[in-house]
Design a protein around this ligand. Structure first.
Ligand code: GN1
Ligand code: MG
Length: 539
């Protein structure tokens, strides 16, 4: 009898000479060389589900902030978090098997190594963003799932966080941890109701312009707005760059990555001084805010700013609810966090700061160890995690005054408003709007909490980025030999200087970050460190 695994792998053969790596956010590369990877991800997802006794596993076909010609795929664990690292390695290994027979052999070896009964059910939830290559790659994935005998549920177009939400809901349905109704309508109803409750009658000032990066976040935001309070009683949202019918315009001159990397508004932006804006990225799991101040100067309110705003608000709510002795809030950052943000959290908010490697899986994992873990990467990936015990404490707490009750009601609503499974640009910006409404702040007041150190993020193309290895949450290079010492020498010459270099997990480049007391010094430091990296990397 023919081997269905071999047949599926034969139908989508791996291109010669390519090496695939499950990186910071799954597999991600040019869409036209991903067919074999998607089929094999279907096999791995089925094995992962069986290894977890038939729990639903998520598969999201997306390349997030990457250009339109890219695509990618990542797996989602039953509670909506990132794939367990051991299975990232297994995914990489199956993706790089040479022949269809090797794929089948590897698949069956995994099953016996992990004692997976291939006759038990495998369940996989699938969704994709609006990239042109998505429907073809979905077919490749489904071929893998069928060959592995998995049951699949395809939601079509979703934002990445919506897929994470569906997976968590499907695995908690009917239990005390039930996370919500596993439908798009269920998602909109949950977050819409939580937003209204958390506002508690407060009205966000002015309107908010949301740049949807011409990605899947556009149509999903238009749908979400139907479930939010009307603009008279709630938030007026102006949706821009929601042109998904032209996939080639995805992330082009718009979106969170454009704004954060170029530190300027999309050229299409028509907002005036003081108008609040935010930009989602291509799969709506990242958001950054910005505005033009009274001198018409562009001001960025990035992930660091969202983390500090949310941490300060949740800290106020915990204190006002009478829970300050019971619950500790921590902020988790990566090395890309601006030094001024870290200093503000420690010295002004008096909260603990942890630093992890880049990639939401590392921040998420660190935040899970806290009572309340606020984590955002500077580029706008992030959310807030409330531990199981914390949720119980907040649920059981009896307020001792009307003031405590009000704060507790808002805190409980914020818990529902926050997508705890993964950073969710839509729910994150609603949370920001709740905080600004309660604080009666506009973007200028928000910006005034601390002053960013001027900084620069550069990309350096080298022969093989994998020779750049790091330690200490990616803040120090351990190889190539001597490179870190050269960087340290340049940093020591600069006032408030800080710089580091690390290999990107999503693009074939080494990223260089630098910050300093002045813009000129930051630019110069970034340039010098980039030269050091270029020389070491044989660019
Ligand atoms: C500096 C930067 O923004 N890096 C991004 C980028 O990772 P890299 O490994 O730096 O390519 O993509 C990741 C996935 O989207 C995101 O988590 C991360 O923050
Ligand atoms: Mg993204």
């Amino acid at each position: 009898m023919a081997d269905p695994i071999v047949e599926a792998a034969q139908k989508h053969p791996a291109p010669e000479g390519l090496v695939y790596t499950y990186g910071t956010a799954g597999f991600r590369t040019k869409a036209d060389v991903l067919d074999s990877v998607l089929t094999r991800v279907g096999l791995i997802a089925a094995l992962r589900s069986r290894a977890l006794k038939g729990k639903w596993i998520g598969v999201m076909i997306t390349a997030s902030h990457n250009p339109p010609e890219d695509n990618g795929v990542k797996l989602v664990e039953p509670m909506g978090n990132m794939l367990q690292e051991e299975w990232e390695v297994l995914s990489t290994e199956i993706a790089n098997q040479s022949t269809p027979e090797d794929v089948s052999k590897y698949y069956h070896e995994l099953a016996s190594k992990y004692k997976i009964d291939l006759k038990t059910p495998a369940r996989v939830v699938v969704a994709r963003d609006t990239r042109a290559s998505g429907s073809r790659l979905l077919g490749c994935l489904l071929d893998g799932l069928t060959a592995a005998g998995a049951e699949s549920k395809d939601y079509g177009f979703l934002t990445t966080p919506q897929l994470h939400y569906m997976v968590r809901c499907m695995n908690t349905e009917g239990t005390k941890e039930a996370y919500g109704v596993p439908t798009e309508k269920g998602y909109y109803e949950k977050f819409g109701a939580a937003f209204k409750t958390a506002l508690r009658g407060k009205k966000p000032s002015g309107h908010l312009t949301v740049d949807c990066a011409n990605g899947v976040g556009g149509p999903k935001l238009v749908e979400l707005i139907k479930y939010l309070p009307s603009k008279e009683e709630g938030l007026e949202i102006v949706v821009v760059n929601d042109n998904v019918i032209k996939p080639e315009s995805l992330n082009v001159d718009c979106g969170a990555d454009f704004v954060k990397t170029n530190q300027r508004a999309p050229p299409s932006s028509k907002t005036g001084p003081g108008d609040r804006c935010c930009s989602l990225d291509g799969d709506a799991d990242r958001v950054v805010y910005y505005f033009k101040d009274s001198q018409n100067i562009f001001r960025l309110l990035d992930g660091d700013r969202i983390a500090t705003l949310v941490a300060s608000f949740l800290g106020d709510l915990v204190r006002s609810s009478g829970l300050a002795e019971d619950l500790k809030i921590g902020v988790v950052q990566t090395a890309y966090a601006n030094g001024a943000a870290t200093k503000y959290v420690e010295d002004t908010l008096h909260l603990k700061v942890d630093c992890t490697a880049t990639g939401v899986k590392y921040l998420h994992h660190a935040a899970e160890k806290l009572d309340i873990g606020v984590y955002f990467e500077a580029n706008g990936h992030g959310t807030v995690i409330f531990s199981h015990d914390t949720l119980e404490t907040i649920e059981k707490h009896e307020p001792r005054s009307p003031g405590e009750k009000e704060a507790l009601d808002v805190l409980r609503a914020c818990i529902n408003l926050i997508n705890q499974s993964v950073g969710d640009a839509l729910s994150d910006f609603l949370l920001v709007e709740v905080v600004l409404a309660h604080k009666r702040w506009g973007p200028q007041e928000w910006l005034s909490t601390y002053t960013d150190l001027p900084n620069r993020l550069l990309k350096v193309i080298v022969n093989d980025r994998r020779i750049f290895k790091t330690t200490d949450a990616e803040r120090k290079l351990t190889s190539p030999d001597g490179v870190q010492a050269q960087i340290d020498r340049e940093v020591q010459k600069v006032r408030q200087g800080r710089s580091f270099a690390r290999a990107s997990g999503t693009e074939d480049a080494v990223r260089v970050y630098a910050e300093a007391a002045t813009k000129a010094e930051a630019e110069d430091l970034a340039r010098k460190v980039s030269e050091i990296v270029k020389a070491a990397g044989g660019a």
